[in-house]
Design a protein around this ligand. Structure first.
Ligand code: ASP
Length: 330
């Protein structure tokens, strides 16, 4: 039987890191080193391995992920059956969601990393990479967009979050759980997500979008400065189901008259509300003042979607296109 073809792209991260001259971990290994360290990969697929970057993931930029998306699309166009993207765990949830938005079609894209360095006792990179390749090569993974595989859990890009700074079990999908597990070397799905609209990588890079997490007593004075700093959109992580202090609500409305403002929640799980509370600063008040609800997307992910939706300039006050972008996530 012919084996599936997989493209493995590495961007850096702890999974590629070894102690450097100064003693601490730095990105060192490339995609071929990682593939060579897991001989069982050869039983899973025919592999093409490429190192695009050797970066710690806090230094990955949205433009870098656009390049990854174009590489994956080119691979798919030339007959590759699935893709594995190796990167640091700090920003996996952002890369995965961006790839989910950017790469159209049914072929699986799986993002993977490791919580322990490549030479650490109990390094989790090799097992994670093998599990990710098994998922990317699995017919059941098709049609679910980008997935994240760590610690044998299979997560959907739109739900996954890094939830611990150090444990190999750091990744969670709060409020819904993983879609499946890799057990005895076999991916088993117990839930599926449907494909949502794609935002082609070829349409260019998004403009800057600010993300503001609301804290007790903040009057929102920083909001007025954001347009002049060059931001073209703003995501607010409100309190609870999407709230700010009463005194800050006019600042949110004034900003929404100048830029698209999306309302998310600083709470780890659950959708932003749209029709329950009506006090000043509540979600009903903020939506009436022009904010657009992020639905079940976290602030980090809402920021990425808003950026893609704003690649074509919107006339001031024109939020219909932003509402349409967030519609499927409500
Ligand atoms: N700081 C590292 C990174 O994101 C952490 C990791 O890879 O787990 O590159």
């Amino acid at each position: 039987m012919t084996k599936p073809r997989l493209l493995i792209l590495s961007l850096g991260g702890t999974i590629t890191m070894l102690p450097g001259d100064a003693g601490g971990l730095t990105p060192t290994l490339g995609a071929s080193d990682l593939v060579a360290s897991v001989p069982a990969l050869a039983e899973v697929a025919e592999i093409e391995a490429r190192s695009l970057f050797r970066l710690p993931s806090p230094s990955l930029a949205i433009a870098d992920v656009l390049e990854v998306a174009r590489g994956v699309e080119a691979g798919f166009a030339s007959g590759t059956d699935g893709a594995v993207v190796i990167q640091g765990t700090d920003t996996i949830e952002e890369t995965a969601f961006l790839l989910d938005l950017l790469v159209a079609g049914d072929k699986p894209v799986v993002v993977v990393g490791a919580m322990r360095g490549a030479d650490a006792p109990g390094a989790d990179g090799p097992a994670n990479l093998l599990a990710a390749a098994r998922v990317a090569a699995c017919p059941d993974a098709r049609g679910q967009g980008t997935l994240v595989v760590l610690n044998y859990d299979i997560h959907a890009a739109r739900f996954v979050q890094k939830s611990h700074t150090t444990l190999p079990s750091a990744f969670d999908s709060p409020g819904c759980g993983p879609l499946g597990v890799v057990a005895e070397g076999r991916p088993r799905f117990h839930a599926r997500v449907s494909r949502l609209p794609a935002w082609p990588a070829g349409d260019g890079a998004p403009p800057p979008v600010a993300l503001i997490k609301w804290a007790m007593g903040d009057d929102g004075r920083m909001l007025a400065a954001l347009p002049d700093l060059g931001y073209r959109g703003v995501v607010i992580e409100g309190m609870g189901a999407g709230h700010v202090p009463a005194g800050a609500a006019p600042a949110v409305g004034a900003l929404a008259a100048r830029l698209p403002v999306v309302l998310a929640s600083r709470v780890i799980a659950g959708p932003v509300f749209t029709r329950t509370y009506a006090y000043p600063g509540s979600e009903v008040d903020l939506l009436q003042r022009g904010a657009v609800p992020a639905g079940m997307l976290s602030g980090l992910k809402a920021r990425l979607l808003l950026g893609l939706a704003l690649r074509r300039p919107l006339p001031p006050g024109e939020v219909g296109a932003v509402q349409a972008a967030f519609g499927p996530y409500q």
